[in-house]
Ligand binder design. Structure first.
Ligand code: SF4
Length: 269
């Protein structure tokens, strides 16, 4: 048996993360392209990312706190569509909470960076490149040129701070982005900067050639497995309390006979 659906034309770091968590989740998200309902957390993240993207389209001196706030309404209008409202079952109280928390994040963000001093090469930068034979597509939140001349990958995070015992996981995507930058621009970013804009904390890591090679090799190995599963017509499900807890496909999986652990449901808030 093989799939009616072709493989995606390119592998993104987030879909690769799906595959690592559970190959069946990759099947649903990247091969069958079954939409994942919006959650409060993803919606807030998308609104904040859009505001910061728009802020950095302005000339340095215009990147003020007021300018960021002036984008809130239009960003909400673009992201919180009718179908997102349905997914969230959003009432006025929830939308008011969203707006309040977005403004809180803008407050915090301006304590973390001085946007008028930032020298960036691009925001929402699409990097489409073949990496060790794997067609890859990544979208970087921001790529900066540091004062010392090196490149810095900047990634905005609107969620909680990570458990520092899991740094390898925390930086895995950004390190893959670094590999993509090197493959497409011929220059390896030397720093990854994760900005936890809801918490006011920045976590940085130096990028090494060794780690970037390992990320590229891991993407290559994963793509080989993806091709094999696709040819065989079956992406195995690997249910566990942790991976299934944040998965949008639990009902679909259960209906196909997968023993998905029961989780307490919180409607994504
Ligand atoms: S519900 Fe669990 S087993 Fe099913 S796709 Fe999601 S992570 Fe995999």
């Amino acid at each position: 048996m093989s799939f009616d659906h072709p493989l995606p034309s390119a592998l993104s770091p987030s879909r690769l993360q799906d595959f690592r968590a559970c190959p069946r989740r990759f099947q649903y998200s990247a091969v069958e392209r079954i939409p994942q309902p919006a959650t409060y957390a993803t919606t807030k993240g998308r609104v904040v990312h859009l505001i910061l993207e728009q802020l950095y389209t302005l000339e340095p001196d215009a990147r003020t706190d007021d300018a960021a706030r002036s984008f809130v309404e239009s960003a909400e209008a673009a992201i919180v569509t009718e179908s997102v409202r349905d997914d969230l079952d959003a009432d006025d109280a929830l939308l008011a909470r969203l707006r309040r928390e977005v403004h809180d994040i803008i407050d915090v963000y301006f304590t973390m960076e001085q946007p008028h001093t930032v020298k960036h090469l691009g925001v929402e930068l699409r990097v489409n490149v073949e990496l060790d034979g794997v067609p890859m597509l990544g979208i970087l939140d921001r790529l900066d040129r540091h004062d010392d001349g090196t490149l810095v990958i900047v990634d905005y995070k609107t969620g909680s701070l990570p458990n520092r015992n899991y740094d390898t996981q925390t930086f895995a995507n950004a390190e893959l982005y670094a590999a993509l930058c090197e493959a497409s621009m011929g220059e390896l970013p030397r720093t990854i900067r994760l900005l936890y804009v809801a918490k006011g904390e920045t976590i940085e890591r130096h990028v090494t050639e060794v780690v970037v090679r390992a990320r590229a090799q891991a993407a290559h190995d994963a793509w080989s497995r993806i091709e094999r599963f696709h040819d065989a017509g079956a992406f195995p499900a690997t249910p566990s309390a942790n991976t299934c807890r944040f998965c949008a496909y639990t009902e679909r999986c259960r209906a196909s006979g997968v023993a998905v652990p029961v989780r307490p449901r919180t409607n994504g808030l």
